[in-house]
Design a protein around this ligand. Structure first.
Ligand code: MN
Length: 595
């Protein structure tokens, strides 16, 4: 893992790797200049945080990646006037606090080098290997100059594709956005609102879907700060001035502990304050004129899942539950696999208190979601719910092969939308977008069931296929393949175009469109062929663990092998007149050995 002399030279400056003594000295000097009063090692806080969770982690590689990042970004400034390196360092710190592994922190330190400096993916690959390269490439934006308006959508798609292979890409992207959002103050109100809205649009729901609540709370709050500064200030004021609040929570917790002990439930009880955004949401949705915020405690049981119900019994036995406020997310987990029992009781002094009940494992997954396995590598449970979160990601990836970037982004938004309903069919629960119909469910069951769907019953009654389902409905789908449905000979088969008028889920829309596309084979436009050719090259590169941050080498190759322009070459790849493996081999040779 030593820095390659060749790449070092490409950085334009000698890297401080010749002797460890020099490294310390140069860092000492630098820290005196840019970190007045701080520690003499700029990565010491990062290393300390990282080691507090992963005691045997390699700090040298962090120092080395910091040195390269610092060197590459030297002279660049943030809008705030801070040296640019403060940003990747802060992003790595956020990842460290989440408990991510060393590779993630290295990639976080280097995440903007390829996009914003002369450091190339090839140099990165030589210096840090394929994993870090994949992570950095995954968060590197597409060039606006080349992709134009579609660059943003293409960038999100690329990131999701990269995350399908390694979900750490998304963790870095979310940490990156969080720090950017925290440092927006130097920008105009209009651009702050634009960035905050964009964050709310895709990244926050994505973070929620991946179950990383620890990160989502921070993102939520910083979005609120930029979009609703007055509301944010009011809630901050409210949180700071709650007379007797702390004492009350201590009293409730102590009494809850006694009640639990009496029922022989071993559990940790602590206050669990809501974050600002969650207070704001309840205030607005309840139409309250002052911030609405109930005291809340968490009961983390030290035992099996069934102990949660024993704990619930102990709490409900002590204080009267409020009707309609009990929710069992253990029996029916949320679509991000969040699991807990929620209840509200009339606590001491007749005040309402919210109670969350969960096991230690549920608690970890509810905080860290897909990142849990990185924070707690030794306790990677056999039944890892994070695996299911990745199943969702993989399904999203299936659509992206069928659609262009703009359509993909629309589908992703729809699938991430918060309003979801739970439908029961074939003995299982299914999450569908609000307003879904039996056809949506049929496609959720399988594409074949969707294509051959004929009729449906909702709660035992025959209903039109276009009926809007409601939360909790029990639905049965009848299809041609069931055998017990009589199909008239000559009756139309397969999906109907009309279905496109009422289906809600991306899955159903895509499958129905696909059915008709396959049947009619409408002519593919040149633009589609170019796009498919580019995607093919991208996928082939990925097989070699490589990516392409810029189109320049591809253009040069097109020229070299005799195509009038890149687009013509991409069409040839799409039509298989040109073998993508051969193109990629030549491309890699061209990049690695430019002469
Ligand atoms: Mn960044």
């Amino acid at each position: 893992m030593d820095v390659d002399a060749g790449h070092g030279a490409a950085l334009g400056r000698a890297l401080p790797t010749s002797s460890p003594g020099d490294l310390t000295l140069s860092q000492r000097l630098r820290s005196l200049l840019s970190f007045p009063g701080g520690d003499d090692d700029p990565v010491s806080v990062l290393t300390r945080t990282h080691r507090s969770i992963h005691p045997s982690a390699d700090a040298a590689v962090l120092r080395r990646s910091y040195a390269i990042a610092e060197n590459m970004h030297r002279g660049q400034m943030r809008k705030s006037g801070d040296p640019y390196i403060t940003h990747p360092l802060a992003v790595a710190q956020i990842c460290a606090e989440l408990g991510m592994d060393t590779t993630t922190l290295v990639a976080a330190l280097l995440h903007d080098t390829v996009e914003d400096t002369s450091y190339t993916l090839e140099a990165l690959h030589g210096d840090f290997g394929p994993e870090v390269t994949h992570l950095v490439d995954g968060v590197t934006k597409f060039d606006k100059a080349f992709y134009g308006k579609i660059a943003e959508a293409e960038t999100i798609r690329k990131m999701i594709v990269a995350a399908g292979k390694d979900v750490r890409v998304l963790v870095i992207k979310l940490a990156d956005r969080l720090h950017n959002m925290r440092t927006l103050d130097a920008r105009s109100p209009a651009s702050r609102a634009r960035i905050a809205t964009a964050t709310l649009d895709v990244l926050v729901p994505l973070c929620d879907r991946l179950g990383i609540q620890a990160l989502k709370r921070d993102l939520d709050d910083v979005v609120l700060y930029h979009l609703e500064p007055d509301a944010y200030a009011r809630i901050a004021e409210h949180v700071q001035n709650r007379p007797g609040w702390t004492d009350y929570l201590a009293d409730v917790s102590a009494k809850a502990r006694v009640a639990l002990r009496r029922q022989r439930v071993s559990a940790d009880v602590h206050a669990r304050p809501r974050h600002f955004y969650s207070i704001w949401k309840d205030t607005v949705s309840g139409g309250h004129s002052v911030p609405f915020d109930l005291p809340r405690i968490a009961v983390v049981v030290d035992g099996p899942e069934t102990d949660c119900y024993a704990a619930l019994g102990a709490i409900h036995g002590r204080w009267r539950p409020v009707a309609g406020r009990f929710k069992d997310f253990i029996a029916s987990p949320k679509n991000n696999l969040y699991r807990s029992l929620h209840t509200t009781v009339t606590g001491p002094d007749g005040r309402l208190v919210e109670v969350l009940i969960r096991t230690e494992t549920m608690h970890r997954y509810s905080e860290y979601g897909v990142a849990t396995g990185y924070r707690y590598p030794k306790v990677a449970e056999t039944a890892d719910p994070a695996g299911d979160q990745l199943t969702w990601l993989r399904r999203v990836l299936e659509w992206q092969q069928e659609t262009d970037a703009a359509q993909f982004l629309a589908s992703l938004r729809c699938d991430l939308a918060e309003a979801q309903i739970t439908i029961f069919a074939r003995g299982h629960a299914f999450e569908l977008p609000g307003g879904s119909t039996p056809v949506d469910l049929a496609y959720e069951l399988s594409p074949q069931t969707g294509d051959s769907c004929l009729a449906a019953t909702i709660n035992g009654r025959l209903a039109p296929l276009s009926s809007q389902l409601r939360d909790g409905d029990v639905v049965e789908i009848f299809s041609e393949n069931d055998g017990h449905v009589e199909v008239e000979p000559g009756a139309p088969r397969g999906p109907r175009r009309e279905w496109l008028g009422f289906v809600k889920s991306s899955q159903a829309q895509l499958q129905i469109n696909k059915y008709f596309d396959d049947k009619n084979e409408p002519g593919i436009s040149i633009a589609d062929k170019v796009r498919l050719g580019r995607a093919t090259i991208g996928l082939t590169l990925r097989k070699h663990d490589r990516g392409l941050a810029s189109e320049v080498p591809l253009r040069r190759l097109a020229e070299e092998i005799g195509y009038p322009d890149l687009e013509t070459m991409l069409v040839a790849v799409c039509e298989r007149n040109l073998d993508p493996d051969a193109v990629v081999e030549q491309l890699i040779a061209l990049v690695d050995h430019p002469d």
